[in-house]
Design a binder for this molecule. Structure first.
Ligand code: MN
Length: 240
């Protein structure tokens, strides 16, 4: 049986719309890696989120808007962008539950930030105003195009999955992990020191990447390996 992979839904409320959604590229990447994508919106009751997680074998947290700084004990800085309690209410909460029950979890961009916050870490609310001598992490260019380098920890699951310790990645974020959550470590860094990936040490699989591998994999097949490795971890957790 193919493993069921929950994907938390984003929420939009602008221009008269009020709806949940998930990025097509993430859904396709999960399906191509052998998972069955199942979207999880905010159902506004913790018990319903618990029941949704009971129904899946692994969890993916896609990218999106900023995490509410209140969730890591800060007031909003001037450079902070859009936030949405209905969005945090599903993926920060789901990340916390996944870690609690050791459900394999992959966070992408905002999803990595949500994972870090759920585990007790903090974020830079705005790289350009808070990180001195930072590179440009909000690239202007095609979504699939790599724009900056990253160095990976050689002993990380991520480096093992990708078979590389240096990569070039796309970059669509103005926030970043500041204090890595207890029990996690940084496993990839940009040349300016911005953390580009984190891994949980005590979990079967808890990994976040700051870039968007799902947008690169058609042109850079290497990044499909990240999703294959995640689905392999889900299969292995499911069989135990
Ligand atoms: Mn970046």
């Amino acid at each position: 049986m193919e493993p069921i992979i929950g994907i938390t839904c984003g929420h939009e409320w602008t221009d008269g719309r009020d709806r949940y959604f998930a990025p097509t590229a993430v859904i396709r990447a999960v399906a191509a890696a052998g998972g069955v994508p199942l979207l999880i919106p905010n159902a506004f009751e913790r018990q319903k989120l618990v029941a949704a997680l009971d129904a899946v074998d692994g969890l993916v947290l896609p990218g999106g808007v900023d995490v509410d700084p209140q969730l890591y004990g800060e007031e909003p800085a001037l450079g902070m962008g859009d936030f949405d309690p209905d969005w945090d209410g599903v993926d920060v909460a789901a990340a916390g539950l996944a870690l609690q029950r050791d459900l394999p979890v992959l966070g992408i961009c905002r999803g990595m930030q949500a994972l870090n916050v759920a585990a007790g870490g903090t974020l830079y609310q705005d790289i350009p105003t808070q990180v001195p001598a930072a590179l440009k992490h909000q690239q202007k260019g095609p979504r699939w195009a790599a724009s900056h380098g990253v160095a990976l920890a050689a002993d990380s699951r991520l480096a093992g999955a990708l078979g590389a310790t240096h990569l070039r990645v796309n970059s669509y974020h103005h926030q970043a992990v500041k204090d890595v959550a207890p029990g996690f470590r940084a496993v990839a860094e940009a040349p300016d020191g911005v953390i580009e990936a984190i891994e949980g040490a005590a979990h079967r699989y808890a990994l976040g990447v700051q870039w968007h591998p799902e947008l690169m994999l058609e042109r850079e097949p290497l990044f499909a390996a990240l999703f294959s490795d995640f689905v392999a971890a889900v299969r292995s957790a499911k069989s135990k």
